[in-house]
Design a protein around this ligand. Structure first.
Ligand code: UDP
Ligand code: MG
Length: 165
């Protein structure tokens, strides 16, 4: 079954120049990249992305981590689409805890646990179709995705947008 998944190369991955390594490993899946953008993560976006973890003791540090407080303040967000995209990407990504992750997985090879106990595990990958839909809609607008993955509606809006001069 074809599905889509949200991938984030987290600030530690970008700071450690692991973008190429992560993308090369992901290319083994032969999935299609249908969206990509660089994002400076606001507190609002960070808290919304990880809202299911808001009662966890590591939540505050996790929000700071994804906002780039400890690394470069940027995240690379991607949407991959294709046959079993969610499970294929989770497999290469590896377990949440980098010490438990298979050592040839991305998290196993490049992740670490900080002394504060946060898993700096280089990348995010949606865990299931419900998470994928919520997460993709949070990180991307419909016109930033070059595939018809979710239904859309046309809304007329009068907003100020920045154009190249
Ligand atoms: N995390 C952590 N400590 C934990 C569990 C999670 O620092 O005990 C962080 C880690 O960066 C992880 C993120 O919180 O990737 C989201 O946790 P989740 O349980 O959703 O794991 P994932 O879906 O990322 O594998
Ligand atoms: Mg998760």
């Amino acid at each position: 079954m074809n599905n889509q998944t949200l991938i984030l190369i987290k600030p530690d991955g970008l700071t450690k120049s692991l973008t190429g390594n992560v993308l090369s490993r992901l290319s083994e899946t032969k999935l299609d990249i249908v969206g990509a953008r660089m994002v400076q993560v606001s507190r609002e976006l960070a808290e919304e992305h990880y809202r299911e973890l808001k009662d966890k003791p590591f939540f505050d540090d996790l929000v700071k981590y994804i906002m780039g407080e400890y690394h470069k303040k940027k995240v690379m967000a991607l949407v991959y689409y294709g046959e079993n995209a969610i499970s294929k990407v989770r497999e290469i990504c590896g377990k949440t805890n980098p010490e438990e992750a298979d050592s040839v997985s991305i998290r196993g090879a490049y992740g670490r646990i900080t002394t504060a106990g946060v898993y700096e595990n280089v990348m995010h990958a949606s865990a299931n179709p419900q998470d994928a839909e919520r997460e993709i809609k949070l990180w991307f607008t419909p016109d930033e995705i070059i595939a018809d993955i979710y239904s859309t509606i046309e809304v007329e809006e009068q907003t100020k947008t920045l154009k190249w001069q």
